[in-house]
Design a binder for this molecule. Sequence first.
Ligand SMILES: NC(=O)c1ccc[n+]([C@@H]2O[C@H](COP(=O)([O-])OP(=O)(O)OC[C@H]3O[C@@H](n4cnc5c(N)ncnc54)[C@H](OP(=O)(O)O)[C@@H]3O)[C@@H](O)[C@H]2O)c1
Length: 297
Amino acid sequence: MKKVSFTEFGGPDVLRLVDAEEPHAGPGQIRIAVRAAGVNPVDWRIREGQILGAHPVELPSGVGQDASGVVDEVGEGVEGVEAGDHVFGEGSATYAEFAVLSAWARMPEGLTFEEAAGYPSVVETALRVIREVGVRSGQTLLVSGASGGVGSAVLQIARDRGITVIGTAGAANQEYLRSLGAVATTYGEGWVERVRRLGHVDAALDLAGSGVIRELVELTGDPRKVISIADLGAPEFGVRFSGVAGSVPEALGEAVDLISRGKLHIPVEKSYTLAEAAAAHIDSHAGHTRGRRVLVV
Ligand SMILES: NC(=O)c1ccc[n+]([C@@H]2O[C@H](COP(=O)([O-])OP(=O)(O)OC[C@H]3O[C@@H](n4cnc5c(N)ncnc54)[C@H](OP(=O)(O)O)[C@@H]3O)[C@@H](O)[C@H]2O)c1
């Protein structure tokens, strides 16, 4: 089979499309014929060798954790899924023609493989940070970096729960944030004042890692009401960095429920082929993805 792989840490040019042995489903796992793989910032962070503590890597390594596809092998002890089912979920080395998943759910009616590959990690992250920041119905949540993959999920889940969201994004994404039910404003010069004018903020999420932790603490008045997923310096301000994934099967279950009720849609900004994985990483690294980028197999 074909698979995207790298033999040394480095820039996007270390990625190669190679011939590889097919992986097989171990106990508690399934194998899918991949139809699409989600491109997440963590994929290029791992390729660069940035976060080896949290994500140990043995070289040569495959790339990717999110995927959608058709089940073609079911591991020992797995029930409730069979060959031919259409699923989406998380596993390893998903930028490939076949991949093994350790968490999955059946794709809801009406979702394409391309769209489905964009959900698993962002929904798990969004549910986790909303829970950790402790925001409730009737309160207002400020989201810095609201138009990316995680932001798109946070905004829609918050809306479903009766939480008001003020989101920051670039000028080109203001209308997009409004379409997801948020009050939108731009980041950059003067953004704190713009947010203040929009009203009281009960809690805040830093999803972009753009060096705004001090301001988010000022706006909420309490470092315990702020969570970052992208700024490792957050603890200097008494703010929690959330980095340990919660339950992916639970998140996929919630994603299916939200999607089926028409409450969650993560748009695909752009699709690429496996051979274009390096271009997808360059585009993701530029930091202005609306929704998700995916590789189509
Ligand atoms: N710790 C964890 O568990 C965890 C989990 C998932 C992701 N992450 C990290 O969280 C970050 C976001 O992930 P993602 O998948 O949502 O990324 P993404 O889809 O690439 O989105 C990045 C977003 O950041 C926005 N942005 C860029 N510059 C900004 C600025 N100066 N101020 C505010 N927003 C800005 C962009 O908005 P515009 O396009 O409108 O400029 C874009 O929507 C990444 O760094 C990722 O590595 C961490």
